[in-house]
Design a protein around this ligand. Structure first.
Ligand SMILES: NC(=O)C1=CN([C@@H]2O[C@H](COP(=O)(O)OP(=O)(O)OC[C@H]3O[C@@H](n4cnc5c(N)ncnc54)[C@H](OP(=O)(O)O)[C@@H]3O)[C@@H](O)[C@H]2O)[C@H](O)CC1
Ligand SMILES: [K+]
Length: 501
């Protein structure tokens, strides 16, 4: 597991290390600057000039210290001050004074500063770090634009200036870096888009922060690394199909069999023992061909009773893929969700049209109790929350958490970085996967994977996290072998069978 920080959490780790653990601020800073120096030296070519654009906070101080170290390494390096002396932090003033004492050039952001930026072979971006708190304007914005327009390669210190370390939002304008050297932990703003797209190559330098205090470490967001797959239950040697759950998939309105097939197949490929597709009679033939391993309940008559029987039979319930938004679908979704509320021992994963119907019918008063998983994409999340997509994208993890609170659910907010959250506690941010997966049917596969994991006995929250992670790994496997355009959801589902999890 890899812990991820918001900007404020990082500032707290900084404060705790310096003020409570008494690790000198300048020791941390020197190590940060050494890491930046090394990154720059790997790119620098003899004859090229290095220009650091520095703010007046400690990010700027890191940049000034890096200029000193590069100059001492024999490179022509100089600094431009984007901020004013009155706003300098103690460290920033000290680093600037050291440069002046050593006769290393330090310029104001005026006159020929813009020519210097244009003429640099390497630009060090040290305008703002995790302390950025509002939109970038004035001289700062002009400096950032000049850095982006220059031909030199940009190395950002800690985070590209202008990117919010909390949300990945671009606050006005932001540097587009070739490389970002960050300290201690990756920040949420480097993982979430658009910030993630500004970082270029991202490296984490260990600079000697104190261990995160317990109270704070419980709040930090996290992502998975491949070793985390070892946390999933193994398939016992002494088992049979009944050992891996009975998964009922309520999916596919008339002639919409594809979503049901993708979901059911993916549940099997994620380890489910027995899958029942509950669907319309019109889908029977095609589904028997696409998923011959599934048993089937069709709803041509006695709908309510047949749904009730399937619910009684199931240990895991999936609801929504390709269901449509008809009145009948509405009745079905309501019946299944109400059943789920009365049977907390049976996890329910609701996706697609089930989410749309849920948002249209607040009078159902659906509230899960740890067993309900909702998997909305931003459009569905917007409807569930009654908040515009634009607004919720300003703080996607926050919106996912609000949805979790509203519906008493584990919410899997699907996006370029899928976020899993409950009403309280840390968020999980998925870092596997790629843009080849931005295609119809991907969500049906994800829902199936989550169901398969639930059927293996993985608790709801973990099934949601591992589901997102494994789904992304399957997409990454495809792209490594075939490139990023041609994958279909069926290809994605097939890749699941080739992963170890
Ligand atoms: N020993 C250490 O302290 C280490 C610090 N590291 C580096 O420090 C930065 C974080 O430094 P911090 O000073 O907290 O913040 P920034 O350098 O990012 O600068 C923010 C300052 O700028 C002001 N601010 C914020 N937003 C804007 C804006 N849009 N326009 C103008 N000014 C802005 C803000 O002032 P306020 O007015 O908001 O109070 C800050 O003063 C971290 O990223 C590291 O690079 C290293 O980790 C090494 C150890
Ligand atoms: K920066």
């Amino acid at each position: 597991m890899e812990l991820l920080c918001s900007g404020k959490q990082m500032q707290e780790i900084d404060r705790y290390s310096i003020q409570e653990m008494k690790i000198p601020s300048l020791v941390l800073m020197e190590r940060a600057a050494l890491a930046v120096r090394d990154a720059v030296l790997r790119r620098w070519k003899p004859g090229g000039r290095i220009v650091a654009v520095c703010g007046s906070g400690n990010n700027g101080a890191d940049g000034l210290a890096a200029v000193r170290l590069l100059s001492q390494a024999g490179c022509p390096a100089e600094a431009i001050l984007a901020g004013s002396e009155e706003h300098e932090t103690r460290e920033c003033r000290l680093q600037r004074e050291i440069l002046v004492n050593l006769e290393i050039p330090v310029h104001r952001a005026a006159g020929d500063a813009y020519d210097k930026i244009r003429g640099a072979q390497i630009l060090i971006d040290a305008v703002f770090g995790v302390g950025l708190s509002r939109n970038v304007k004035g001289t700062y914005a002009r400096m950032i634009e000049a850095v982006n327009q220059a031909d030199g390669q940009v190395v950002s210190v800690d985070i590209p200036s202008g990117v919010s370390a909390d949300t990945g939002k671009v606050l006005g304008c932001a540097v587009n870096a070739a490389e970002t050297v960050t300290f201690g932990f990756r920040k949420l703003g480097q993982i979430l888009y658009p910030g993630a797209g500004c970082c270029g190559k991202l490296t984490v330098a260990e600079i000697g922060f104190a261990p995160v205090p317990g109270t704070l470490s419980e709040e930090l967001a996290y992502t998975f690394v491949t070793e985390d797959l070892d946390g999933l239950p193994q398939r016992e040697a002494d088992s049979n199909k009944g050992s891996f759950g009975k998964t009922a998939v309520f999916a596919g309105c008339k002639n919409m069999a594809g979503a049901a097939a993708l979901c059911g197949l993916s549940a099997y490929r994620a380890g489910a023992g027995l899958v029942r597709l509950v669907t319309e009679e019109e889908n029977r033939m095609i589904l028997q061909q696409l998923v011959p391993e599934a048993v089937m309940t069709t709803l041509e008559r006695n709908r309510k009773e047949r749904i009730a029987e399937a619910l009684e039979w199931a240990t895991v319930i999936v609801l929504g893929p390709g269901l449509g938004r008809s009145e009948e679908a509405g009745e079905e979704v309501r019946q299944v969700l109400e059943y789920g509320m009365k049977h907390p021992e049976k996890p329910v994963a609701a996706d697609a049209d089930a989410l749309n119907l849920l948002s249209e019918n607040p009078q159902w008063r659906i509230k899960g109790s740890g067993n309900l998983i909702l998997t909305p994409h931003p459009g569905e999340l917007s409807r569930l929350l009654g908040r515009s997509v634009e607004k919720l994208k300003e703080d996607f993890p926050g919106a996912v958490r609000d949805c979790a609170e509203k519906y008493g659910a584990v919410v899997v907010g699907k996006d370029s970085r899928t976020v899993v959250s409950e009403a309280e506690g840390p968020v999980f941010v998925n870092t596997s996967g790629n843009s080849a997966m931005a295609k119809a049917g991907s969500g049906d596969v994800l829902c199936g994977v989550i169901a398969g994991l639930l059927a293996r006995g993985v608790p709801a929250r973990s099934a949601a996290e591992y589901g997102a992670y494994v789904h992304g790994l399957a997409g990454d496997l495809w792209v490594r072998e075939h490139g990023c355009q041609g994958m279909t959801a069926m290809d994605l589902s097939e890749c699941l069978s080739r992963l170890w999890f």
